[in-house]
Design a binder for this molecule. Structure first.
Ligand SMILES: Cc1cc2nc3c(=O)[nH]c(=O)nc-3n(C[C@H](O)[C@H](O)[C@H](O)COP(=O)(O)OP(=O)(O)OC[C@H]3O[C@@H](n4cnc5c(N)ncnc54)[C@H](O)[C@@H]3O)c2cc1C
Length: 408
């Protein structure tokens, strides 16, 4: 009989295997992967660089980045948070650097560095990594579990750790063990808009946009990218993560309100216009974009909000034009007609219900001896390394809990 079978050699499963191999030398640990390529998502993550975590070290701020799993992760992060993952990697000769926005990458800028580090740990500690082994059923038996593979083989083990990611296909395995899975839906996507003029500005960046789904009371801010389908970029991805369930419920048909200026009130925007109007130098409105907007975007916004301002000098802007522009730049409603998949970072919301898992051990409340880690749980984060971090944290906790349980 094996001591531990880990199902899924993705981010969470491979990290758990590396940790378990180190803390349980001499135990029989097997890592099963249904495809030929372990850690496939890590390989392509962060554009091939692997945004391995975020340098957000305070638990209170950290949990704010998880639309689902926030409360569950709180105690977990006190045990293992980004600084612990960075230290773990650095102790294994993988230095990590933080970029200005807080995203952390291996110094090499290569996701392969992370993969090699995990695989070294797995190999050095005698963990068996078996590829092209898909688990189809897990049955409780005396003293543990029978893990049945698609090829008809079966493995007996004392403990099972599921790290199968966000795929629905594995859900029937957990359901047979008494678990209920929350239906998976996409998170982290761009919004497809009806307005053609936005699509014509594809490639334009708004450094600090504030965007809102007013219907649902969900807001977000940060850089926004205009694309050939509508809007994307960090602020939109964050909005889509927090609005994932609501947006799915209206089939991605709603209004999104854009504040193009990053300012907090219409009054502040008006003040900026009056400061320009009263400036000594008098230039054409169209030639002097405000709020760090690009010339192309400024031109389009003037055209949409107050076309009469297009040919005017700043001094000649009327009060009603300033009112109109301020209001339009502060809250412009646009029509959402669909969603797109963000190629850079795509995760699913949904998974095994967190009520059924002990957050201190990641063990099932339904079937003792079964553990879960990573995206298989109903946890997902915004972009920036937070999805990997929850995978590392849940995997580390599960590995340590399994080790304690086996030692006892
Ligand atoms: C393109 C892309 C880029 C991303 N970039 C980032 C990033 O830079 N930073 C970040 O934080 N997040 C990123 N993410 C999200 C991140 O990859 C996931 O959150 C993370 O991989 C989840 O880890 P996991 O181990 O739970 O699942 P996965 O990594 O998906 O691993 C699950 C594994 O289980 C295997 N499996 C499934 N079912 C079975 C079965 N029945 N039997 C055997 N094996 C099975 C699968 O084949 C897979 O290998 C990105 C995602 C994508 C798609």
């Amino acid at each position: 009989m094996e001591d531990v079978v880990i199902v899924g050699a993705g981010a969470a499963g491979s990290f758990a295997a590396a940790v378990l191999g180190e803390i349980l030398p001499g135990k029989k640990i097997t890592l099963l992967e249904k495809t030929r390529q372990p850690l496939a998502k890590v390989k392509i993550s962060g554009g091939g660089r692997c945004n391995v975590t975020h340098n957000c070290f305070e638990v209170k701020s950290l949990i704010e980045n998880y639309p689902r799993g926030r409360d569950f992760l709180q105690s977990a992060f006190y045990k293992f948070r980004p600084k612990d993952m960075i230290a773990w990697l650095e102790e294994r000769n993988v230095p990590v650097k933080a970029e200005a926005d807080g995203r952390c990458f291996p110094d090499t800028n290569r996701s392969q560095t992370i993969i090699d580090c995990f695989l070294r740990g797995i190999e050095a500690n005698g963990v068996s990594l078996l590829k092209e082994k898909e688990v189809v059923v897990v049955k409780p038996v005396t003293g543990g579990f029978e893990v049945v593979l698609k090829d008809g083989e079966s493995i007996l083990t004392r403990k099972v750790l599921f790290a199968t990611g966000g795929l629905t296909r594995s859900y029937s395995i957990f359901e047979a063990l008494g678990h209920e899975a929350v239906k998976p839906i996409p998170s982290l996507f761009g919004l497809e808009l009806e307005e053609e003029w936005i699509k014509n500005l594809s490639g334009s960046v708004v450094k600090n946009a504030k965007i809102a789904l007013k219907e649902f009371g969900i807001t977000s801010s940060g850089p926004m990218l205009l694309t050939h389908f509508g809007i994307s970029g960090p602020a939109v991805l964050k909005l889509s993560a927090f609005g994932a369930l609501k947006l799915a419920s209206v089939n991605y048909q709603t209004k999104v309100t854009i504040n193009w200026t990053g300012l907090h009130s219409v009054t502040a925007i008006k003040e900026a216009f009056y400061a320009e109007k009263n400036a000594v130098e008098n230039k054409k409105v169209i030639l002097t974009p405000l709020f760090s907007l690009s010339k192309n975007l400024w031109h389009a916004l003037l055209t949409v909000i107050a076309p009469s301002a297009l040919g005017k000098n700043r001094k000649d802007l009327s009060r009603s034009e300033i009112d109109l522009l301020s209001e339009g730049l502060f809250q412009m409603p646009l029509t959402v007609v669909g969603k797109t998949t963000n190629k850079e970072e795509f995760v699913t919301a949904g998974g095994v219900s967190l009520d059924e898992i002990y957050p201190k051990t990641m063990e099932s409340r339904k079937t003792p001896g079964v553990y879960f880690a990573g995206e298989v749980l109903n946890i997902d984060g915004v972009t920036g390394g937070f999805n990997f971090q929850s995978a590392w944290t849940t995997a580390w906790i599960a590995a340590h809990a399994i080790s304690e349980s086996l030692e006892n």
